[in-house]
Structures are given as C-alpha cells and as structure tokens.
Write a protein that binds this ligand. Structure first.
Ligand code: NAD
Length: 376
C-alpha cells in the first residue's frame, strides 16, 4: 500500500483501481488522477511492460493536458497488461471484460491509446452502452480520432507556431524542414502525412522493429501503405536501415517522438541533432533530458501542449460535435497554447514545460479550491 502511495502529491492520484479476472487472464490498472475539473478522460494502453509508476505519470499528463486545453475534464489512464498483437477474438474478450469491470466508474471516460483503437472503443460502448467512451468509429456515433489524425493535426500546428522560437537560420520554413519521427502508428504516420502536405521532408522513421533514414527524403505514402499492410518501416525499399533506437541520432531539424515514454534520457540525450523536439508521445523525454536540451538551445514543446489534439477531439465527441468542428478547435487551441507557453518561457527564461505546468496547474488548483474535497 505504502508503495503505491509514494507517488501521491497534492494533485493526485485520487484513485488506483486494480482489475483482475483470472478466467481470461485480464490484468489491468486504472489510475484516476484528478477530477476537480470534471470526469477524467484518458486512453487505454495495452502493453505488457508498463509500470504502475508509468501509468500514474501518464494519468497526470492527462490531467495537465485537459487543463491546459481548457477542457472541463480531469486525467486518467488505464493499462491492460497484454500484448496488443494477440489474436483479435482474445483481445476483444479482454477489452469487453475491462469495460464491464469499469462500467461503474462514471468519473472515468475511456478512450484509445497505444494498443487500442476505434474498434476497441466500439466493443466498450457495446458492453456498457453509455457515453463513458470516446474515440468511437463514425459508424458508432464517434469521431475516429486516430483515423483522422487528430493528435497529429495539432502537432503540425504546434510545429508551425514554434519555428520562429527556434535557432534556425533566417527564412527557415516548414517547407524543406527535415523531420524524423519515432513511432509510425496513429500519431507518427499522420504527423508525417500532414507535414508532407506542407512540403516538409521526412528523412527518418522508426517503429518497434527498426528505423530507416534517407537524407533525400522518404516516400511518406509508401511508408504509410507498408504500415497499413502490417509491415515495418524497415521493409521500405530504399534508405539505410538501422536498429530502432538509432533514430535519436539521425541528422534532422525537427524530431518527433511518437512512441514510448522516456526514450530520450541521460544515456542518449547528447546524440539528438534536431533544434526542435515536438512531443507527440506522452512523457517521451525525462526531466533531465529536457533540461539538458534546453541549455543546449533545443526547443522542446511539452507533450501535454503538443499532443493535446486527441483529447480535445475526444472532448468534442463527448459534447456531440462533428469532425470538422473538432479539427478547427484543435488547430486554434494548440496554436494558442503553444504560442502562450513559448512566450512565457522566453520572457521568464524558464523551460517551456515550466511555463506549461504553470498554465495547467493554476487551472486545476482553482477548480480544486471550489470543492469540498480537493481532487475528486
Ligand atoms: P500506436 O500504437 O498507433 O503506434 C505506436 C508506434 O510506435 C508503432 O509504430 C510502434 O511500432 C512504435 N513503437 C513502439 N515502441 C517503439 C520504440 N521503442 N521505438 C520506436 N517505435 C516504437 O500508438 P499512437 O496512438 O500513435 O501513440 C503513440 C504515442 O503518442 C503514445 O505515447 C501515446 O500515448 C501518445 N499519444 C497518442 C495520442 C493519440 O491520439 N493516439 C494522443 C496523445 C498522445
């Protein structure tokens, strides 16, 4: 018990719920971090190797992300301890069982995350038949946030706003900017697509199998087709192939982590060559790595500002909005918040993350001040 409580601070987590069903080997944890601003929205991650600490940190990121985006939602996260690549009937059984276990937690709204998708959300809706799930397929009344690239759409706009704040040569624009993307799933491949639309050049991409680099540019559509056919970026014909972690070292202007937490850390932070890091993944850089890169003049746009497009989309879906309205709101909110945070960081000479924390935590604490109990 004391072991779990060691992660608690003045913002949360409010509740940590273990879900266990031995007959089908369902093992999961739900962390509801802070619901002072409203019911928590947070994705369901299916992965075999996520620690409780990581789940707690991811739930906190959602609290901050919702608050920074000005949504009346708190933060939560679920981890299902399983390999997402298991046969579909087995996966469906686990997700449906999880939905039943969590049906009586109205303060938590489920959504997709790594290892789950729109179809998983549709199974949940079918089980619990209420609005406590977002990221649904269009045919089930949702805005399919991964399919439309809601998060990536925000990332593309965060990058555009951030460029003038970076140490790029005069006249540098997104057209011809060299981009490397770690993780080529819902976030990574859609970011590549939106950036290609504005003529940025994708020079590197990585997935769990390895990485590929071509200084002359990779064919984004070809890579997306490969991934959609269930293959890896290393099956791409052309470019040079490396192991998956080599992407940290690729020569590029903009680096987008869109995979796992803590991928840039004390062991590899000195290898990064980009001048701009836009955090598509949640907590992809350790605190120490962000501090180090800041001192070296590398601008890092924090996760809960840069990748808030997905949760903004979920919030819009929850309110019955349609896709075009959601995309418009994502663009506006992410652009405004990126600018706000970078201005504050520049004028106060603090890290963008510190400026973003100030923005989000002030809102959460104000919401907490109205409550009988503080965080729930
Ligand atoms: P996804 O499962 O669709 O894709 C993940 C990709 O990362 C896959 O290509 C996988 O092969 C690759 N990958 C896994 N481990 C890797 C590693 N060690 N090195 C390189 N690549 C690796 O997941 P997603 O929805 O794209 O989410 C990616 C990240 O973005 C996660 O951290 C998630 O929390 C975060 N995020 C997602 C959304 C969203 O809308 N989907 C929103 C905000 C944040």
């Amino acid at each position: 018990m004391a072991d779990i409580l060691r992660f608690a601070d003045n913002l949360g987590p409010a509740k940590i719920i273990q879900v266990y069903e031995p007959t089908i080997n369902l093992k999961a944890v739900l962390v509801i971090d802070n619901i002072a601003m409203g019911p928590a929205i947070g994705g369901i991650r299916m992965a075999p190797d996520v620690s409780i600490e990581e789940c707690i940190r991811l739930a906190r990121t959602m609290t901050l992300k919702n608050a920074a985006a000005g949504l009346s939602h708190g933060g939560g996260k679920t981890v299902v301890y399983a390999d997402a690549k298991m046969p579909k009937p087995e996966k469906e059984r686990l997700i449906r069982a999880l939905a039943c276990a969590l049906r009586n937690f109205p303060e938590y709204i489920m959504g997709p995350d790594m290892g789950t998708d729109e179809e998983s959300m549709a199974w949940i809706k079918d089980e619990i038949n209420n609005r406590n799930v977002t990221g649904l397929p269009a045919e089930a009344g949702g805005i399919p946030l991964d399919q439309i690239g809601a998060t990536a759409w925000g990332i593309r706009h965060a990058i555009e706003v951030a460029l003038p704040y970076c140490h790029f040569p005069a006249g540098f624009t997104l057209a011809k900017a060299r981009v490397a993307i770690q993780g080529f799933g819902a976030v990574g491949k859609n970011a590549a697509h939106f950036l290609a639309e504005v003529k940025a050049v994708l020079v590197g991409a990585a997935d769990s199998q390895g990485s590929v680099y071509d200084p002359d540019g990779l064919d984004v559509n070809k890579l997306i087709r490969l991934k959609e056919a269930g293959k890896s970026v290393v099956d791409y014909t052309g470019g040079e192939k490396f192991d998956r972690d080599a992407i940290v070292n690729f020569d590029c202007d903009i680096w987008i982590p869109a995979a796992r937490p803590d991928v840039v850390n004390v062991d590899n932070m000195h290898l990064l060559k980009a001048k701009l890091v836009v955090e598509g993944a949640n907590i992809p850089l350790t605190e120490g790595a962000e501090q180090y890169l800041h001192e070296k003049g590398v601008l890092c746009i924090p996760d809960f500002i840069a990748n808030s497009g997905g949760v903004i989309c979920a919030g819009m879906e929850y309110r019955g909005k349609i896709e075009s309205e959601a995309l418009e709101v994502i663009e506006k909110l992410v652009r405004n918040n990126t600018r706000l945070v970078l201005e504050e960081s520049r004028s106060k000479k603090i890290l963008p993350r510190e400026a973003a924390m100030h923005l989000a935590v002030t809102r959460v604490e104000r919401a907490m001040s109205f409550k009988r109990w503080s965080i729930y």
